[in-house]
Write a protein that binds this ligand. Structure first.
Ligand code: PRP
Ligand code: URA
Length: 215
């Protein structure tokens, strides 16, 4: 992982496999089926990095030959929270890595004219204060959706939140860092800029539409 100097909350997962798969994802010729598979695979690889400092506790284990000690992840189950819709594409891959994770949901869409988030659904485990959260959305554009989702999570009691996205715009990273400086952001790429209608350049287009084949 690397961290650009100008964005202290941001880490880039620049593993060669992630960079290769992200390039395929950007390609306009990539089909809906391939797009879904690639988001799934990249999310799993990113989750591996995002969880590298989870707390462990020692546990006893009996091998076929003798008793020894090993390690178990400490505390309540990790909770994945996709921002609907496009965040849903990141859930299954991470669940293959962490099958016992809980899954909350936050429904938000970006108003096409104002680019501000409109929320329509919120459900996370009741004991949010005791859990680690991975908030998931492939795109961090203006940062409005992620900032609103984190505000809602904090209102529900969450204190340990990480945001995982595939493509981030500098504008979104800055807005999120200003609103929630305590939330680390992991991205597969920091792209150049937003265009005049709030799309990331070079980006990968509309992640929700490409995932669900709605355009
Ligand atoms: C996209 C994306 C993010 C949001 C990012 O969702 O999945 O949630 O835009 O933009 P922002 O950083 O400027 O808020 P969209 O609003 O298109 O909804 P969808 O996933 O339902 O298609
Ligand atoms: N949402 C997307 O899906 N793509 C972008 O480039 C910006 C916001």
């Amino acid at each position: 992982m690397s961290s650009p100097h100008e964005f202290p909350t941001l880490s880039i997962v620049d593993h060669p496999l992630v960079r290769h798969k992200l390039t395929l994802l950007r390609d306009r010729a990539t089909s809906t089926k391939q797009f879904k598979e690639l988001v799934d695979e990249i999310a799993m690889l990113m989750a591996y990095e995002a969880t590298r400092d989870l707390a462990l506790e020692p546990v006893p284990v009996d091998t076929p030959l003798e008793s020894t000690s090993g390690w178990a992840v400490r505390g309540k189950k990790l909770t994945l929270v996709p921002i609907l819709r496009a965040g849903l594409g990141m859930v299954e891959g991470i669940l293959r890595l962490i099958p016992s994770a809980r899954v909350g949901h936050i429904g938000l869409y970006r108003d096409h004219d104002t680019l501000e988030p409109v929320d329509y659904y919120f459900k996370v485990p009741g004991d949010a204060g005791e859990r680690d959260f991975l908030l998931l959305d492939p795109m961090l554009a203006t940062g409005g959706s992620a900032a609103a989702a984190i505000t809602s999570l904090k209102r529900a009691g969450a204190t340990r939140i990480r945001f995982l996205c595939l493509v981030a715009a500098p504008e979104g990273v800055a807005r999120l860092a200003a609103a929630h400086p305590d939330v680390p952001v992991l991205a597969a790429s920091l792209d150049r800029e937003l265009n005049e209608i709030g799309y990331i350049l070079p980006g990968l287009g509309d992640a929700g539409d490409r995932l669900f084949g709605t355009r």
